[in-house]
Each structure stands twice: as structure tokens, then as C-alpha cells.
Design a protein. Structure first.
Length: 315
């Protein structure tokens, strides 16, 4: 969520699916824990002094045509961390009405050269990278969203496949593609449902979602992690059994306890056994205060998430 945007979220329930045996399955693997912070080369070390070691993924956002920040690459290399790179194929400004970046333009090959160059730069970094192109298509926020600029879910699949083909040919084997819609479709209609955007199991390396608890504000209510993520997890697992990532998440404290929410997030893998990564959005912005270490209780709750990380010795 690197650019300001307002969100309207409806709570939906899939009661029948929620009773599946997944809810009682014990987690059998660790998770990778990541973070997005502005200017991470300056701010990641102070965060780790507060919450301890264990952040193994650094999240960053790149607009097509721009370079991956060399300072972020150097930071990942020094810390032996993976990068989660979100590729934004648009003009770099806020707003979905950008017809020059429609699915039709992507499918036509207009941006092939820039995508190819970007993929080769990823390969040249020699880092382990998760690439998340065209995220959250089931919303109305982006130029590539499925309900704007003449786009459809079907044309999204075609645009995704073109991007994937170029990346696979040029980025090398260390780059994995993550398909990640938003946890709730906006608008919440059958035509805009998550499954309408799925490009096929062979076209993805990883699957996941992004999702936020904005707290009690306007028409929105408090959403615990299980309420936010369980339904889309089950829905996506019915499409693919590839490793599942929560690519962006965070909570405000409006109407509830942020430390309690973060601790609930640390237990989420018990009901989502294919969960392999969680990336925390650690920023205070107009949409809300999502910081994870602003006080002692928040820092303790963030340590609980890090306690689930890969490489952590368990008793």
C-alpha cells in the first residue's frame, strides 16, 4: 500500500467453507516474516533493535520504467533477505483512470521492452525475489483493476500471462511470481469474484492476498485476522495448492486492540496450514496508523509473529 488510497470493504462470509477441516489442521512448516517500511535502508535496523531479529523479507514497490532501488538491493544482500517486489504497471500516480495502462495495452506488447529490462535487472541482482505484478485486480484502485479502463477479469488473465511469460524468459529461476488479489472483492459481485482473476495453477509460483483491518471507521467494522483471511484462503486453496502468502497486512487501533490483533495474526497458520509468508505494512499514513512497534505492547506482539518464523528454534 505505498500510495494513498481509500478503501471500501464489505464483510462477506462463506459459512459452509469455514467449517472445513483446515481449521483444525496443525501447521507443519514455518513462515517467512517480512515488512514494508519507508526508506528501509535507514529504518529497518532501528525496527529490529525494537522487535528482535527474524525479518527475512523486505517489501518494496516499483513503477514500471523505474529501477529497483540499488540501496534496497544492497540492504537485502547485506541482510541475506528476500525481496518482495510489487510491480505497478501504470504512470506512477494515484488513480485508476489511466487508459494508457489498460490490459489491452499490456497485451498488445506496448510495455514488453520495459518489462523485459526490469526482469533482467532482477536477475542481475542475484537475489531471491518474489515478484508481485498487477496486485489486487479485484478492486477499483489501479489501472489494471478488472472494472476500469475497459478491463475485465478475462483480459486481466491475458495481461498477467503476458507479463509472466516475459519475466520467466528474462528473470531467471530465483524470481518467483506471486498472484495476490485483495482479500475482499470491491465491488463484491460474482463477475468480480477472486476466482475470475485466477490465471491457472501453471501460471503462478505462489498465491496469496493482501488485506487490512482499518478498524471501526465509517461503514467499516473491526476485522480479526481470521475474519479477514480465512475465506479468501479457502477460496484460493480450491484454485491452487501453491504456497500461500499474505503479501500486505496491518491493523489500526480504531475500535480494538492492535497488540491483540497482531498476536492473533501470529496464530493464523494453525487454521491456514499452507501459509508460508506474512508481510507487515509498518507505516503511519492518512488511511491509518499501521505501525507495529509504536509502544511496548505492540513490540511484544510483533515478537510473537517473529517467533513463528523460519529458522526459529521451537521447543
Amino acid at each position: 500500500m505505498p500510495r494513498d488510497r481509500s478503501r471500501t470493504i464489505r464483510v462477506l462470509t462463506l459459512a459452509a467453507l469455514a467449517t472445513l477441516a483446515l481449521a483444525t489442521t496443525r501447521a507443519s512448516a514455518c513462515i517467512e516474516v517480512g515488512v514494508y517500511r519507508d526508506n528501509p535502508q535507514a529504518t529497518l535496523a532501528p525496527l529490529q533493535e525494537q522487535v528482535g531479529q527474524g525479518i527475512s523479507v523486505i517489501s518494496t514497490y516499483v513503477t514500471l520504467g523505474q529501477q529497483l532501488d540499488p540501496a534496497v538491493v544492497a540492504l537485502a544482500r547485506t541482510r541475506k533477505a528476500r525481496l518482495l517486489v510489487t510491480l505497478m504497471i501504470d504512470s506512477g500516480r494515484d488513480g485508476a483512470r489511466q487508459p494508457l495502462y489498460s490490459h489491452a495495452r499490456i497485451r498488445s506488447g506496448r510495455y514488453d521492452g520495459k518489462i523485459r529490462t526490469f526482469a533482467r535487472r532482477l536477475k542481475a541482482s542475484n537475489l531471491s525475489i518474489i515478484l508481485r505484478p498487477l496486485p489486487e485486480p479485484n478492486t477499483q484502485w489501479w489501472a489494471w483493476s478488472g472494472t476500469v479502463n475497459g478491463n475485465t477479469p478475462q483480459s486481466y488473465v491475458q495481461a498477467w500471462n503476458r507479463v509472466r511469460k516475459l519475466v520467466k524468459r528474462n528473470a531467471g529461476k530465483r524470481v518467483k511470481l506471486l498472484w495476490a488479489p485483495y482479500a475482499r472483492s470491491i465491488p463484491d459481485t460474482d463477475d468480480n469474484a477472486i476466482d475470475q482473476y485466477f490465471p491457472g495453477n501453471a501460471q503462478v509460483d505462489l498465491v496469496g492476498v493482501s488485506g487490512y483491518n482499518f478498524g471501526v471507521t465509517g461503514e467499516l467494522g473491526w476485522l480479526d485476522p481470521i475474519e479477514l483471511f480465512q475465506d479468501p484462503y479457502i477460496e484460493i486453496q480450491n484454485l491452487s495448492t501453491k504456497p500461500f502468502w499474505i503479501a500486505e497486512t496491518g491493523t489500526t487501533a480504531r475500535g480494538g486492540s492492535k497488540p491483540t490483533w497482531l498476536r492473533a495474526l501470529s496464530r493464523l497458520q494453525k487454521s491456514m496450514p499452507r501459509l508460508r509468508g506474512v508481510v507487515l505494512y509498518d507505516v503511519r499514513e492518512p488511511a491509518g496508523d499501521f505501525r507495529i512497534a509504536a509502544n511496548k505492547k505492540q513490540r511484544a506482539a510483533t515478537r510473537a509473529i517473529l517467533a513463528t518464523r523460519c529458522g526459529k528454534k521451537r521447543g
